[in-house]
Design a protein around this ligand. Structure first.
Ligand SMILES: Nc1ncnc2c1ncn2[C@@H]1O[C@H](COP(=O)(O)OP(=O)(O)OP(=O)(O)O)[C@@H](O)[C@H]1O
Ligand SMILES: [Mg+2]
Length: 295
């Protein structure tokens, strides 16, 4: 006979009647949840680089803003768990996530742009996330499977530099990921590392959408003559060597820094035709590549 209250010693039979799911079953359920959520999203991309500070997050926010201007619905997953910069770059830092029974709501930046980041869970800006790989994997699984992204045209996943835990987790969690965009700056050290990012994507069978050369060339703001700051053209050469499409180059613009700090993507500010043109061309090149992949 069953007792009214569980004694947690199996004497009541209740615990025996309702066996706990095994770890494997739990993982299968979570994976199914990620797959279900990802089904509502047309294209899913990761933005990677071999080296830090080459402009992945800047490319992510400006490309997202360009796509929303074109009428697309975009989500950004800030997968840089230790250094989440996206909330600040989009002017939504300090906001808190609302969780309900059926998942977490991403933060709305504008009607067509939503974002999820560890940054929204930190009490203070200076708080550090000190986590090992399995915890980060668990968090990314939640961000992909339990966030109410809704129907999106693009989910763009901004990763920390290198080919570590986060990039590996995202590549494993999203089975049908559409591709990786490799951001590089034109100096030799960055190019050397970007080749590693390309190898990473190839080894994990993540399709390579292409290479973006950021901080490509700089014109003196006074005399408008070109200054050889970080060189130019290396990203395109490296893409050719590695047989990867070249998506385009983004010039160095000091306002990119101030806009990132102010929380306004540069492409949303009038003027800056060169930067706007660069991001529009990248989104068009990328669109053409996607159409070819899906033909
Ligand atoms: N085209 C550009 N012109 C001028 N400054 C730029 C440009 N792109 C990025 N920056 C600046 O370079 C710095 C690094 O950019 P960002 O944070 O986007 O790089 P990241 O690759 O995401 O860095 P991390 O590897 O740390 O995540 C920022 O201060 C940003 O404003
Ligand atoms: Mg970044």
């Amino acid at each position: 006979m069953k007792q009214d209250k569980c004694q947690k010693d199996n004497s009541c039979n209740i615990c025996i009647d309702t066996p706990k799911p095994s770890q494997a079953e739990k993982e299968a359920d979570e994976t199914a949840l990620v797959e279900k959520k990802m089904c509502d999203i047309r294209y899913k991309f990761m933005v990677i680089s071999g080296k830090g500070g080459v402009g992945k997050s800047s490319v992510t926010v400006n490309l997202s803003a360009t796509l929303t201007k074109q009428g697309y619905k975009v989500g950004i997953l800030d997968a840089d768990i230790h250094g989440p910069n996206i909330p600040k770059m989009l002017g939504v830092e300090g906001l808190k996530i609302i969780a309900s029974g059926d998942g977490m709501l991403p933060i709305e930046v504008s009607e067509n742009l939503h974002v999820m980041s560890t940054g929204f869970f930190l009490q203070r800006d200076q708080d550090a996330v000190i986590w090992r790989g399995p915890m980060k994997h668990g968090l990314l699984k939640q961000f992909l499977g339990e966030v109410r992204w809704g129907a999106l045209d693009y989910l763009i996943i901004d990763l920390p530099p290198g080919t570590g835990d986060e990039a590996l987790s995202v590549a494993h969690l999203i089975k049908n990921i559409d591709g990786a965009i490799v951001v590089t700056s034109p100096q030799d050290v960055a190019l050397l590392d970007s080749r590693k990012a390309v190898t990473f994507a190839k080894q994990l069978r993540v399709p390579l959408v292409g290479v973006v050369e950021n901080m490509s060339g700089f014109n003196c703001p006074y005399c408008h003559e070109p200054i050889d700051l970080f060189k130019k053209g290396g990203g395109e050469r490296a893409a050719k060597e590695m047989s990867v499409p070249f998506l385009g180059r983004i010039p160095t613009d000091p306002e990119m820094v101030s806009c990132g700090d102010k929380g306004t993507p540069l492409v949303t500010i009038p003027g800056h035709e060169e930067i706007n043109k660069a991001f529009t061309e990248i989104s068009e090149n990328w669109g053409q590549l996607l159409e070819r992949v899906n033909d």
